[in-house]
Design a protein around this ligand. Structure first.
Ligand SMILES: [Ca+2]
Length: 123
């Protein structure tokens, strides 16, 4: 899975609500992706609205070789039944699960990726 970082701009104190998205060609597991994003000064993508998800889908479409990108959602270790954004610790206010997801296949799907090209989420 590739990494998908959500960078907050250096000018956040001047320009609020500006995000910079970075699509990495690196592959690795979710923990690797999170570290790679933090190492670049960002964090794994957190999506707040359908409008933002539609914007992300627009960025995914030209990436024809991609199959999915890790995003910042992961299963809440306390409840095991819900998901939170790892960077902010917030609950997911917007969710775009693929049909039948999240299904925790094999009891081993704690992390979430965004599915190319639909912009759907899968655990
Ligand atoms: Ca799944």
């Amino acid at each position: 899975m590739r990494t998908f970082a959500d960078y907050k701009g250096a000018g956040d104190d001047v320009i609020e609500d500006v995000s910079y998205y970075f699509f990495s060609t690196e592959t690795g597991d979710w923990n690797y992706a999170e570290k790679a994003c933090v190492g670049r000064g960002g964090y794994l993508l957190e999506v707040d609205t359908n409008e933002e998800n539609i914007e992300i889908e627009g960025y995914l479409l030209p990436l024809t070789s991609a199959i999915g990108f890790w995003i910042g959602a992961r299963r809440n270790a306390k409840t095991e039944s819900s998901f939170i954004w790892s960077h902010s610790g917030r609950s997911l206010t917007f969710q775009n699960w693929h049909q039948g997801e999240p299904n925790n296949a094999g009891g081993n799907e704690d992390c979430v990726h965004i599915f190319y090209p639909l912009g759907d989420y899968m655990d």
